[in-house]
Design a protein around this ligand. Structure first.
Ligand code: NAD
Length: 462
């Protein structure tokens, strides 16, 4: 039965989901498989709607929208369909010597009712991807997309609400008020993607019910370019990472640290890469994205005064477009070097000794991503073992997010928990540990006042 509860109060919807979960309908593997396949078909059928909405909300070009939003989801569904039954099986574990005769298993079980709260920058991918993991693990889902991308949010409603029982899967549109009402409910799991301040609100609300959370947050992700790189190739990959979705990417290189000896040449190569991607006037280029709204446009624009503009710097208030801009920051305590930029403005710092870079990054909140460009294997090892960050690439940007084989998530202020591929399944599963005892014999040493009990325990357990 498919109900329309678009006008239903949030509390009622939540209760419907609790009741639905209690029926056990989300658990059978065949049901999960059918739901994933149905979503796969619905997404295929709505591909044009998704592309159109992304064009309207963020001026995403078809290629970029397909690559960063739709293809990733298609790949994730295929990966889940291929593997989730294997992941859902109880897993046998070893038995300790003291437990001779027993069998140990870990049984994955769904948490129950889950809430997925999504941001606006990849409004399709970041809403659907966690939902897929929750379904594969056997949960119900209420999905709350961002109010800042209303066209895409409406497509999500169209894809989900008429086709699934609202007790099972339902999209709730809205902003702060609706999200806060949702957060008052006693969900069994909350998966939040968004900013650090709202992440804290979500965690505080979750703590009232002791609801576990995954927080996929943001921050300032450094990109280090050493003197031994192929400048043209590295510049192309840095520009790609910074300008995809015009920098409105949680894992975009936020600022560059370039070795002093190649800094000027690297800046020239960056300019060439930008021209190659978007021509000499990116703002007029139809495939160059826009900043999501006036507030964010003004915020990103304000960073242009925080240093010397090395390249770019033009803006179009009407189109909400900001040119790809390279900037040499005046001070390290200026907003452009303190706040997450989330736009096409790239501050460039220089270093002579890598120690300066390590100290600088380690002195700040742990980043969501870090990128290192170098051929030096020792340096690669040093950076990956001395700086704590969510994840990243060596000699590339962004690509670590686009594979189901690498878990994606932050650490410290950039978040907690991770997902994608198997980790999407395990994030939404509780692993119940079960010990099955034998009745064929019974060791007496563990019982009170057993003969030689202490001696045997010391021998077996050390
Ligand atoms: P946001 O935190 O403003 O909003 C995220 C969601 O929270 C939205 O659905 C919004 O409606 C809701 N929300 C906003 N204010 C709220 C409040 N006071 N109470 C309850 N709910 C509230 O984030 P955003 O602007 O949509 O996204 C940008 C941020 O998200 C950046 O910091 C970026 O780095 C981060 N981000 C992280 C990832 C990741 O995977 N780690 C991915 C994308 C974006």
């Amino acid at each position: 039965m498919v109900e329309d509860v678009a006008t239903q109060p949030i509390e009622g919807l939540f209760q419907l989901q609790q009741s639905y979960f209690a029926t056990g309908k989300t658990r059978p593997l065949i049901e999960r498989e059918m739901t994933l396949k149905k979503l796969q078909t619905l997404i295929d059928e709505h591909e044009n709607d998704i592309l159109l909405a992304l064009k309207k909300d963020l001026n995403k070009s078809e290629t970029e929208a397909y690559m960063t939003e739709i293809a990733i989801i298609k790949d994730e569904i295929k990966h889940l369909l291929k593997n989730f039954k294997k992941w859902a099986k109880p897993k046998k574990v070893k038995t300790a010597l003291t437990h001779f005769g027993t069998k140990g298993v870990q049984v994955p079980e769904p948490y129950g009712t889950t809430l997925v709260i999504a941001p606006w920058n990849y409004p399709f991918q970041l809403a659907v991807s966690p939902m897929l993991g929750a379904i594969a693990a056997g949960n119900t889902v209420i999905l709350k997309p961002s109010e800042l991308t209303p066209n895409l949010s409406a497509v999500l409603v169209k894809i989900v609400n008429p086709h699934f029982d609202s007790g099972f899967l339902h999209v709730v549109e809205g902003g702060v008020e609706e999200t806060q009402q949702l957060l008052e409910q006693k969900f069994d799991y909350i998966f939040f993607t968004g900013s650090v301040p709202v992440g804290k609100i979500v965690m505080e609300a979750a703590s009232k019910h002791l609801t576990p959370v995954t927080l996929e947050l943001g921050g300032k992700s450094p990109c280090i370019v050493h003197h031994d790189v192929d400048l043209s190739l590295a510049a192309k990959r840095v520009a790609f990472g910074k300008l995809t979705n015009v920098g409105q990417t949680c894992i975009a290189p936020d600022y560059l640290y370039v070795h002093k000896s190649i800094k000027d040449d690297f800046i020239l190569e960056l300019q060439k890469a930008i021209h190659r991607f978007y021509g000499v006037n990116p703002i007029q280029n139809e495939t160059y994205g826009k900043i999501v709204n006036e507030r964010h446009f003004n915020r990103v624009k304000s960073y242009l005064k925080d240093g010397k503009i090395l390249f770019g710097g033009n803006v179009d208030q009407t189109l909400h477009k900001i040119e790809p801009t390279l900037i040499s920051p005046d001070r390290l305590d200026s907003p452009v070097m303190q706040e997450e930029i989330f736009g096409p403005v790239l501050p460039i710092l220089e270093y002579e000794s890598i120690d300066e870079v390590i100290d600088f990054v380690n002195g700040r909140p742990k980043p969501l991503a870090l990128y290192l460009f170098t051929k030096d294997a020792e340096l690669q090892k040093r950076i990956t073992t001395t700086i704590s960050y969510g994840g990243g690439c060596i000699n590339d940007t962004l690509m670590h997010i686009a594979t189901p084989y690498l878990p994606f998530g932050g650490v410290g202020e950039s978040g907690m928990g991770n997902y994608h591929g198997k980790n999407s399944f395990s994030t939404f599963s509780h692993y119940k540990s079960v010990l099955k005892q034998t009745n064929l014999f019974d060791f007496s040493f563990r019982y009170p006042n057993a003969k030689n009990g202490l001696k045997i325990i010391k021998k077996l357990m050390g």
